[in-house]
Write a new protein. Sequence first.
Length: 203
Amino acid sequence: LSFLESSVLLSMAFDRFVAICRPLHYASILTHTVIGRIGLASLGRSVALIFPLPFMLKRFPYCGSPVLSHSYCLHQEVMKLACADIKANSIYGMFVIVSTVGIDSLLILFSYVLILRTVLSIASRAERLKALNTCVSHISAVLLFYTPMIGLSVIHRFGKHTPHLVQVIMGFVYLLFPPLMNPIVYSVKTKQIRDRVTHVFCY
């Protein structure tokens, strides 16, 4: 689901790119067929990359402590409990991260470079702000998703002496923070919701 969410964020970046850089061709580029294919490709990539991991873990003998730091089976953590050479798992895990989160984040960054270039070429300051305002929610969602994921990955790969509590907290932040904050990020721009929240807290 995390890799699928990464694909969704990339698809949304492409949507913003087409809407701002090719507005007259939006309907002809993003047809229902294209959107369906993007969805199927995103789902297929996520399933294909994650499918081998349980089988790669199952072949190991385990002799480490059975206590995990997180409320879910994180591949990097489970493979460290094995009493065997985990080099293949480590390389494949890195390949999965690079081919999903790594590529997606670079493409999202590239799309926003193109968007920014297009926006800066708009003569009217008001129109520039209006165009950039349509991207604020998506940029926030991207930061909310990638920041905890990168932090958790860094802790497990390089923070061997990190306190156990930090790993537990980072695991919960990665698991719970993005889905809890996304509705707020996307609803705060809706005028009716803003007015209702303001009414509740101010009266």
